[in-house]
Structure formats: C-alpha cells, structure tokens
Ligand binder design. Structure first.
Ligand code: NAG
Ligand code: NAG
Ligand code: NAG
Length: 384
C-alpha cells in the first residue's frame, strides 16, 4: 500500500468527502484478481467439475455456453474488464485456461457454511472454506513452479501469477445467497437470527485465513434481494397483505438478506480492526440490485418478475435449457427474443444487461463503504 496515499484517503474518508476526491489518489495497479463465491460469479467451476452449462446460456456474449449461469457476462467479468484483465478462468478448469491475472474459485450452489447436500441434490462440495483451501494450494503450488529454474523462461510462467502478485492482488467475494436460501427453507425449524450470525462468523474466519496467506485488499459484496428473484415473484399469486412489497418481492425473504447484510457490515468493521494491514470495502450489492428492480421500466427493462429463459406457466417449471412435458407435448425451455430487455435470465440469475447495469453502478464506489472505486480500493486504511 502507498502509505502517503493511504493516509490521504484515510483523512478524506474520515472527513466525509466525496468519492471523486478520494479517487484522485493513484490507482492500485492490481496484478491479479482472486474471486470467491457462488453462481453469481462462477465462470466455469461447476461446468468443469460436473456437467457443462446447457445452451442457450452464453448466447449473448460468448455465442455458446461458457460455464456461466447467464446469457453473457457476470459482474466478476465486468470487474476483470474494469481492471484491464482478460476474463477470469475457473481454478478447477483445465482446458484453455490462464491464471496469469488471477483465478476464480467461485462455484455455483456454494455456501459459506457446509450443507448436508451433495451435487446430486442441488449442492456443491466447494463451500467457502474449500475455496480458500484451493486458493492456499494454488498459491503454494504456483510459487513452487515459478521458482523452478526449468520453468523460468517458459510460457507457463505467464500462465501463473508471480509470488509477489498475491499480496498486491484484489480479493473479491460474493457469497451468502445460498446460505440465506437454505435458512429460508428451514424457517420455523431453527432460529434464523442465530443461523445468520453463525454464517457471518464462518465468513469472517475465511477472510482471516486469506489475510494469513497475505491477502490485503478485499472487495466484499453483500447479498442481493433474494425475495426479488424472478422465479419467486413469478410464482407468488394473490399474496396476503404485507407478504410482498410494491415491487412484488417477498418481504420476509428480503428481511433475512438484510439481516445478513447488516451483520456482514458489522463484521467487516470488526475485521478492519483485527486485520490492520487490510483494506476491506463493503459493497451494497443489495441496494444496487434493488434499485434496478424498482426502476426496471425507467431503466428500459421489462417487468422484473419476467424470466427470459425457461418455461414457467400453468404450474409447470422447466428450467432454462431443459426439456419437459407439458400437456403431453415435449417443450424445450429456451430463451426470450431480447435478453437485453430482461433483468432475470433464468429466474435466479441475472442477464448480462442487468449485470452490466449493476457493475456500472458499483465499480465507481457509489455503493461502497468507504466510497472508493474498485480501481482505488487498496488505499483504504479502514475505519476505527
Ligand atoms: C447437517 O447435519 C448435521 C447432523 O445431522 C447437523 O448437526 C448440522 O447442523 C447440519 N448442517 C446444516 C447446515 O444443516
Ligand atoms: C396446457 O393445458 C392448460 C389447461 O388446459 C392450458 O391452459 C395451457 O395453455 C396448455 N399449455 C400448453 C403449452 O399447451
Ligand atoms: C457511478 O456511476 C453511476 C452510473 O454511471 C452514476 O450514476 C454515479 O453518479 C456514479 N457515482 C460516482 C460516485 O461517481
């Protein structure tokens, strides 16, 4: 970290100045990104580990399935673009990958805490603790290869980060939505408040583990409005008063996401004092996504409960890219004509157009605490 710049920014943040002024310090020049998360930022982990993503996923940008649950790019892809990097390869993928500018450990269905599920009932073994263990192994093994004389001039050296890149890299995290989904499924069977506190505690442990490995700059997304997932809104008919908000989002589900976010934010504040050399930026993704959903029409999108890809009519739900039988006829659940006018790609995941809209708003720091653009997020000295 640039100490002078850091102190300068610290003073600016403490004196409550606008992010434009904070951003007048030099940009961080991150050499790499290491990302941890779930399907919101999985760029090919689950597709490489299990089954490939089904067409029409990827149709808008990649023109073929590209391991992402979207028609195109995800927020993490726009982060990579903003920082001047190629798209991030999934750590577990072994074909056509390059790790010269980082690696992506995110896995669809992933949770912060372990769940009692396997891949075959909708889970993944790649929980956050496994993702950080994979990172530790990645760091140790790439360092070993890098320092072997035989490899020194080889092309492989360009395909892996330099050991000195790890402390200077940005560590991005977007996880928790599937933990909240699991807690929603167990409402009434457990104390949700205790569960949410425990989820956040497990998250903090993994941030501490990454810090011990030398990670210093953390860009942490909070969790989105799970009660506004199109598949939920679409299937909510004649709700009783108070069940949904003015946008059709399920209130108690969003309240659980908000409780998680409040506890996450408090934990980030605690981590700042526990990890004095770290810069931790808390990004209010919930508000960015909710703003898009609330203003869908004004922003040029169709009703946020509409799903671009999949078949969801007459009590039939056929997932995007799958086939199913409706009234005795086989139906392929394909995509809508213009995915760029939809917020929801498949009922759970966002379209490239929505991801771009959200990335445009969060990357300049306007939804961050402190309000620092991602390009400058290494300069924060943290709040007391
Ligand atoms: C998983 O099952 C074990 C044993 O039944 C239980 O103790 C644990 O709390 C469960 N975990 C979750 C996340 O439900
Ligand atoms: C299936 O049958 C129901 C009830 O008759 C009807 O409303 C619906 O439009 C039919 N769907 C298709 C895809 O044919
Ligand atoms: C960030 O970008 C958005 C979208 O272009 C804009 O509305 C907002 O004012 C910007 N905020 C800052 C702090 O630059």
């Amino acid at each position: 970290m640039d100490v002078i710049g850091g102190i300068f920014v610290f003073w600016l943040v403490m004196s409550g100045v606008k992010s434009e002024e904070v951003n007048s310090v030099p940009s961080c020049d991150f050499p790499a990104i290491f990302n941890f998360g779930d399907s919101n930022s999985d760029t090919g982990c689950m597709a490489a580990a299990f089954f490939p993503m089904a067409s029409p996923c990827g149709e808008t940008f990649f023109h073929e399935p590209a391991g992402r649950a979207s028609d195109g790019r995800l927020i993490i892809d726009f982060i990579a673009k903003q920082l001047g990097f190629p798209l991030l390869s999934a750590y577990i993928d072994s074909i056509g990958t390059s790790y010269g500018h980082g690696a992506n450990f995110a896995a669809g269905s992933s949770t912060i805490r372990r769940q009692n599920r396997t891949f075959f009932d909708g889970g993944t073994p790649f929980t956050l603790e496994i993702q950080t263990a994979q990172f530790n192994q990645f760091k140790a093994r790439t360092a070993k290869f890098f320092n072997q004389a035989g490899w020194r001039q080889s092309f492989l050296q360009k395909a892996i980060p330099r050991p000195e890149d790890f402390p200077k890299a940005i560590y991005t995290m977007d996880i928790g939505q599937n933990d909240i989904a699991a807690a929603i499924n167990r409402v009434g069977k457990e104390d949700s408040h205790d569960v949410i506190s425990d989820i956040v505690q497990h998250f903090a442990t993994q941030v501490q583990n990454l810090y011990k490995e030398g990670a210093r700059t953390f860009w942490i997304h909070n969790t989105g409005p799970i009660g506004c997932l199109a598949v939920t809104m679409h299937n909510t008919h004649n709700p009783v008063a108070g069940y949904v908000d003015q946008n059709g989002c399920v209130n108690y589900q969003n309240d659980m996401a908000k409780e998680f976010n409040e506890k996450l934010k408090n934990t980030v504040v605690t981590l700042r004092s526990q990890l004095p050399a770290a810069s931790l930026t808390y990004v209010d993704l919930f508000s960015a996504k909710y703003q898009l959903i609330s203003n869908a029409k004004k922003e040029g999108f169709v009703d946020p409960s509409k799903i671009c890809c999949g078949y969801h009519e007459d009590a039939n739900d056929i997932w995007c890219g799958n086939k199913g039988i409706v009234n005795g006829t086989e139906i392929f659940a394909g995509s809508c004509e213009d995915p760029s006018s939809y917020i929801s790609w498949d009922g759970v995941h966002y379209t490239e157009a929505a991801n771009r809209w959200i990335a445009d708003r969060i990357l300049n720091g306007s939804f961050s605490d402190p309000p620092i653009a991602i390009t400058h997020s290494c300069h924060e000295l943290g709040s007391p």
